[in-house]
Design a protein around this ligand. Structure first.
Ligand SMILES: [Mg+2]
Length: 108
């Protein structure tokens, strides 16, 4: 399969969620965000345990799945279009215009 845009990935995740019978209604919004945290924790745990990079990265993809799931659900339940590609590009351009080490005053 060729690569895909964020928006295509969002639609693919939406299809997966619906086809596999996962919740896709307004009451599921919060749990999508919570599962994204859980998957991020799984990535941190896999890293801590020295797991193969493929394992760590797959957990990070799970995070992205849940974020896209959330955004698709916002779209379907809140009546707003979520253009993930535009959000990413706009944010990237905004950050590129910011000063060096923006938002980081202390050395950590
Ligand atoms: Mg996982």
């Amino acid at each position: 399969m060729e690569g895909c845009t964020f928006n295509q990935a969002k639609d693919m995740v939406k299809r997966l969620v619906i086809e596999k019978g996962f919740p896709h209604d307004e009451s599921a919004l919060l749990q999508k965000l919570l599962w994204a945290f859980v998957e991020l924790g799984e990535a941190a745990d896999a890293y801590k345990k020295g797991e193969d990079w493929n394992v760590v990265n797959e957990e990070l993809i799970d995070v992205i799945f849940y974020i896209l799931d959330f955004m698709g659900l916002v779209e379907d339940t809140q009546g707003v279009e979520v253009d993930v590609d535009k959000l990413f590009l706009d944010k990237w351009e905004r950050n590129m215009r910011r000063p060096e080490r923006y938002g980081q005053k202390r050395n950590i």
